[in-house]
Design a protein around this ligand. Structure first.
Ligand SMILES: CC(C)(COP(=O)(O)OP(=O)(O)OC[C@H]1O[C@@H](n2cnc3c(N)ncnc32)[C@H](O)[C@@H]1OP(=O)(O)O)[C@@H](O)C(=O)NCCC(=O)NCCS
Length: 167
């Protein structure tokens, strides 16, 4: 996945690229930046172990980076691919770039890649209290298919959502 993207058609502000397509040295620097944003955004109990998870064969990360060669991180999406099903583990946009279409762009781009590769469903779990995330998933066509009380800890309900795109 390596394609220019934009929230506005005329002025692209960021591009999307798979972590695997960066040279190894740059990859390490980017993962450190991602881990920093992750720690800032999520409670430590939910922080993703990038070093361990990204070593897994079917786990990939798509990055949104600012245009202009600065390699400035705008957002990231981590997913696991299992034949015809993909699971979104994490999606995050840096605070100052939220509500500008970056999250939707990451999800749409993933969908396109998966669709071409013969995948037909994306699933994820989201904390019911994460309203912006739920708004993002609903706007991308996800539907709630299950829920689990205390999924994220006492009193924190998890919602299972799915986007199906089989023709
Ligand atoms: C969830 C998150 C990734 C959304 O990214 P984003 O780039 O701000 O989302 P977009 O600008 O692409 O918005 C997509 C849709 O969600 C809606 N949305 C986004 N943020 C919203 C908010 N704070 N309140 C209401 N709706 C919101 C947008 O209006 C848009 O809907 P539309 O297509 O109907 O206009 C971002 O808020 C974030 O990083 N949050 C912290 C991390 C997190 O909670 N991740 C999810 C769990 S892993």
């Amino acid at each position: 996945m390596s394609q220019p993207s934009s929230a506005s058609q005329s002025t692209p502000r960021f591009f999307l690229k798979d972590l695997s397509s960066f040279p190894p040295k740059e990859r390490q620097v980017i993962v450190v930046k991602v881990a920093k944003v992750e720690r800032k955004t999520f409670p430590s109990s939910e922080a993703f172990d990038f070093d361990a998870e990204l070593k897994k064969k079917n786990t990939n990360m798509v990055l949104a980076m600012k245009d202009g060669g600065s390699n400035e991180l705008v957002g990231y999406l981590v997913y696991l691919r299992m034949k015809r099903l993909a699971l979104i583990h994490k999606i995050c946009v840096v605070e100052q770039e939220r509500e500008k279409g970056v999250g939707a762009c990451l999800v749409h781009s993933l969908r396109q890649v998966l669709e071409k590769g013969g995948c037909c469903d994306i699933q994820l779990w989201v904390d019911e209290a994460r309203k912006p995330a739920r708004a993002l998933y609903l706007s991308c066509g996800f539907q709630q298919i299950d829920q689990c009380l205390d999924y994220y800890g006492p009193g924190r309900t998890g919602l299972k959502m799915q986007l199906s795109f089989e023709k």
